[in-house]
Design a protein around this ligand. Structure first.
Ligand code: KIV
Length: 275
């Protein structure tokens, strides 16, 4: 059955957890969907893990629409949330609504996600008023990496913790149906979760959140440029891929591949007539 924003509402009421993973293509979305994961985030982390940028700042609307389309085709049951890339909503409320609309109409997302607290509440309200569900994202907000001075844990001082709580309440008030909390101490994320009526999705925010999200290449050991402390590695698919690529290279070079079973046949008579 299709997961919707109502699945998130019910999960909060029933105190059941929401699972979310990122995906950026059809085949992976299908595998994640078929594993029963509630929601797929087409994260702008695609800038890092798919496009090889050092951050998410260069990701464009066209990149996001292209990958969201592919994921939406593979995610029959999972709720597809598309990230709004850097400068697609910060510039104005008008830009925010237009670009959120494009992710829904062209990308076929079920919801959009954007980064920030109080400062983006006018955008959240306008997008929600246009009939588009919004997931907020607070704590470590990677699009602001230059302002934050790096990928650091957020909310550790009294002022910063207070601001995070206020931001969480503000995005809820603006109409967000969920909020991602990234790289925040467990106790603070737990406290925020207990104060909110909407679902919190943690990434590096401990077990007290209402759900969890991970970047799939991180949890499968397919991306080694950097691995945050909060990543649990569930498999070493990267090593398996390299081993398979090496074996293929060897077999192509020693002609073990392709063997008869991977080869099409033709009558010898037909070939002889060509000589
Ligand atoms: O872009 C992304 O993948 C994200 C998650 C890390 C939450 O925003």
């Amino acid at each position: 059955m299709k997961n919707t924003v109502l699945t998130f509402v019910k999960a909060k009421q029933d105190k059941t957890k929401i699972s979310m993973l990122t995906a950026y293509d059809y085949s992976t979305a299908k595998l994640i969907n078929d594993a029963g994961i509630n929601s797929i985030l087409v994260g702008d982390s695609l800038g890092n893990v798919m496009l090889g940028y050092e951050d998410t700042v260069s990701v464009t609307m066209e990149d996001m629409i292209h990958h969201t389309k592919a994921v939406a085709r593979g995610a029959k049951d999972a709720l597809v949330i598309a990230d709004m890339p850097f400068m697609s909503y910060q510039t104005s409320v008008y830009d925010a609504v237009v670009n959120a609309g494009r992710l829904m109409k062209e990308g076929r997302a079920n919801a959009v996600k954007l980064e920030g607290g109080k400062e983006v509440c006018p955008q959240i309200k306008a997008i929600v008023d246009a009939g588009i569900p919004v997931c907020a994202h607070i704590g470590l907000t990677p699009q602001s990496i230059n302002a934050l001075g790096g990928n650091r844990v957020q909310g550790k001082t009294e002022d910063a913790a207070k601001k995070l709580l206020e931001d969480a309440l503000a995005v809820q008030e603006a109409g967000a149906f969920a909020v991602v909390i990234e790289a925040v101490p467990e106790k603070l994320a737990g406290l925020i979760t207990s104060r909110l009526d909407i679902v919190t999705i943690g990434i590096g925010a401990g077990n007290g959140c209402d759900g969890q999200v991970l970047v799939y290449q991180d949890m499968l050991g397919m991306f080694s440029d950097f691995t945050p402390k909060f990543v649990k590695r569930y498999a070493n698919i990267g090593e398996m891929m390299t081993a398979a690529f090496r074996q293929y290279d060897e077999e192509v070079k020693n002609t073990a591949f392709p063997s008869a079973e991977h080869t099409y046949k033709i009558d010898d008579e037909i070939i002889e007539k060509l000589y």
